[in-house]
Design a protein around this ligand. Structure first.
Ligand code: ATP
Ligand code: MG
Length: 405
């Protein structure tokens, strides 16, 4: 049977006036964005639920997109029928026949917002239940934990029948949590951190440092393509590429080897913060995980974080690598993240970075550099690209395979 409408139940929703309005408004906007390829679809955001009228759009394709939209707790595809007992019975039977397998248990669950309808909820539960039994002798009722729940909703305009309750992505609608920059490398961790930021409703723009001629176009494209995967959760994400080679060359020339990494990271954070301020954003997110590598010890974080008082949020800070990898696989970034295109950090990585750098030393070495000039020139070279769900940037498959040899 073809579903006619999807009923969406909201996620974690603070019930107060303005917040609720903002939540529902942003969610409706985000759903509109991910479904823009289906112009026939109508979206009706209401106080307690959202109704998506399909008008013939294919449910399975809509479903693929909808399950990535944050702020949705559960949703049910439904069939709209006219308000007669016969219509309810016929559609219920057809839906049950489609989904029921021998041995399954079920129950009918009716809700009614139209209190003038000829039958109340108890009457409908038993009338429809009896009708189904007569036509499907294998059925077994189970009130507490049935395998299948047939939901019937009696509303003013019509009756809606559903046989599925699907889990949404949870979280908060992107945009309800303010705007921030996300430091995105081409690695495993920062795409996962991006996903988690979006899940809490934070609208992110990617900041990515690249170092031509030391890094290739492929490394840059990889980060852009990762952004394309993450855009499925946001509708659209801006990608801000920041040229970093001059800074790295200068640091390499003037800073002692043990502090190369610390000072590079301080520059990255400064640049991210400048971009954040110019774009009126409130925080910086990154993919650091405590203790994972030399630059991510607490001492290192202290020495690096010294350049700003802006909140630096680290969504994967306390996760194990295996947990991060599992999430990367779930959200579809892992396979791309492990492609071996060198990024700017790998190439300028010192062989023995200090795991316990000192703030004073970092400041002292930096005093040898024209910090302002370097920052200014890097900012002058930034390039912003708007990236949409599943945008592709990698070279074609044959070229990609050749690069892996
Ligand atoms: P990731 O898998 O995210 O690359 P990682 O474990 O490889 O993380 P690092 O390379 O030390 O860790 O980087 C730590 C964090 O610094 C990254 O998660 C990211 O937020 C930021 N970062 C590193 N390199 C870049 C880059 N080229 N552009 C933007 N941000 C970067
Ligand atoms: Mg990395």
């Amino acid at each position: 049977m073809e579903y006619t409408e999807i009923m969406v139940r909201y996620g974690e929703l603070s019930t107060k006036g303005k917040n609720r309005k903002d939540f529902i408004g942003k969610l409706a906007g985000n759903v509109t964005k991910v479904l823009r390829k289906f112009p026939q679809v109508e979206i009706h955001p209401r106080h307690d639920r959202m109704h998506i009228v399909l008008n013939g759009a294919p449910f399975t394709e809509i479903d693929q997109r909808l399950k990535k939209v944050f702020g949705i707790q559960t949703y049910s595809p439904t069939i709209k029928v006219e308000k007669t007992l016969q219509a309810i019975e016929e559609t219920s039977l057809a839906l049950m026949k489609e989904t029921f397998k021998k041995g399954m248990t079920f129950k009918v669950n009716t809700k009614r917002s139209d209190h003038h309808f000829a039958y109340d909820t108890n009457e409908l539960n038993s009338l429809v239940g009896d009708y189904l039994f007569e036509n499907m002798p294998d059925l077994k009722v189970e009130m507490k934990q049935p395998d299948l729940v047939l939901r019937i909703e009696v509303r003013q305009d019509a009756i809606y029948i559903s046989n599925q309750l699907l889990h949404g992505a949870g979280g908060m609608p992107v945009g309800t949590g303010g705007r921030a920059v996300m430091m995105l490398s081409g690695g495993i961790d920062s795409p996962v951190a991006s996903y988690l930021a979006l899940k809490r409703g934070v609208d992110i723009e990617m900041v990515h440092f690249f170092s031509p001629p030391y890094t290739t176009e492929k490394a840059l494209n990889k980060a852009k393509e990762l952004t394309g995967i993450l855009a499925n959760y946001a509708g659209r994400i801006n990608f801000i590429a920041v040229p970093f080679a001059e800074i790295q060359e200068t640091i390499k020339e003037k800073v002692p080897e043990g502090y190369l990494m610390t000072v590079q990271r301080r520059f990255m954070l400064r640049l991210a913060d400048e971009i954040r301020a110019k774009r009126n954003e409130l925080a910086i997110f990154n993919g650091e995980s405590v203790g994972q590598v030399a630059s991510q010890t607490l001492e290192s974080m202290m020495a690096i974080n010294d350049v700003t008082t802006t909140p630096v949020v680290r969504p994967v800070a306390t996760m194990d690598k295996t947990e991060i990898i599992r999430l990367a696989e779930d959200i579809g970034t892992f396979d791309l993240s492990i492609k071996p295109f060198e990024d700017c950090c790998t190439i300028f990585a010192p062989p023995r970075p200090k795991t316990k750098p000192k703030v004073d030393k970092a400041r002292e070495y930096e005093a040898r550099l024209d910090v302002e000039g370097l920052i200014e020139r890097a900012l002058a070279g930034i390039e912003v690209t708007a990236i949409y769900p599943d945008d592709k940037f990698l070279a074609d498959k044959a070229e990609e395979d050749a690069a892996l040899l």
